[in-house]
Design a protein around this ligand. Structure first.
Ligand code: FPP
Length: 251
């Protein structure tokens, strides 16, 4: 006898005592998901936003402290104008429609990346991003970090430049540049290091994502394409994290 109904998926429950404090996700596979359905890549990105909504909700329900998602890299501008335009439209839609609910849920939004360095013509997006950060900055619930026009190498270079400026201004001694001082100049200042990195769609690359913060993150990859990555797939990933033996260089 079938225990689960036709549409019901068997869910693996993560051990709530062993959850990561900070999860990062490379949401890969939207284009292939759409192409498999004979649809344009932008259809996949729209479906990707739906998947993202559910994953944010579930992260919040589980009480995880921080979620960082890779929405648009500093290198993604190389995609076709049509695809970039569609992603920017989705972004504006997302920040217009979702912000009330996220704010009500006490979610604090940070944008990791160079908002002001986005190309001309995206002033509405820039304003919406700044407004979301400003509006939620005193919230104390889930830290939702959206990496946008982001590159890990660029973030490290920027931190070095900021420290150099502080040294030049006489505010900081070069000898005082330690791990804490460096981290205070990263976009993720004040947040715990990433414990768990998930990448969907079978690719095994870091793609210039959180190069500093991933130092001791556990890596999980799944062949599931991002739009199909639902709460059950997430629970399965989190359960796998709970079984990892983290040693941080020890034995
Ligand atoms: C990678 O899949 C996905 C992206 C580059 C964009 C991810 C963006 C979203 C899920 C939506 C936008 C986010 C917000 C916050 C509104 P791909 O296009 O590289 O897929 P492929 O590897 O199959 O080609």
């Amino acid at each position: 006898m079938a225990i689960f109904g036709k549409d019901e998926k068997k869910s693996v429950q993560p051990d709530t005592a062993c959850l990561p404090r900070h999860v990062a996700i490379i949401m890969d596979g939207n284009g292939r998901w759409a192409q498999k359905r004979g649809m344009p890549r932008t259809f996949g990105h729209r479906a990707g936003v739906e998947a993202l909504r559910a994953i944010i909700r579930h992260t919040d329900d589980l009480g995880i402290e921080a979620l960082t998602i890779y929405a648009f890299s500093a290198e993604n501008w190389r995609r076709s104008a049509e695809e970039v335009g569609a992603l920017m439209k989705l972004l504006l839609e997302y920040f217009t429609k979702e912000i009330d609910e996220l704010n009500e849920k006490n979610v604090r939004i940070r944008i990791l990346g160079d908002i002001d360095g986005m190309p001309k013509g995206l002033e509405k997006q820039q304003a919406a991003l700044h407004a979301a950060v400003e509006r939620t900055h005193t919230n104390t619930g889930l830290n939702l970090n959206i990496a946008l026009n982001y590159g890990g190498q660029q973030e490290i270079v920027r931190a070095a430049q900021n420290l150099a400026k502080r040294v030049k201004a006489g505010e900081l001694e070069p000898e005082a540049i330690d791990k804490a001082a460096f981290e205070s100049e990263l976009y993720t200042a004040g947040l715990p290091d990433v414990d768990f990195l998930i990448r969907t769609s079978g690719e095994m690359r870091l793609s210039n994502f959180l190069l500093y913060q991933l130092a001791y993150a556990e890596f999980y990859q799944t062949d599931t394409l991002w739009p199909d990555f639902d709460e059950h797939a997430y629970d399965e990933a989190l359960a796998a994290y709970g079984r990892r033996n983290r040693r941080f260089g020890g034995v």
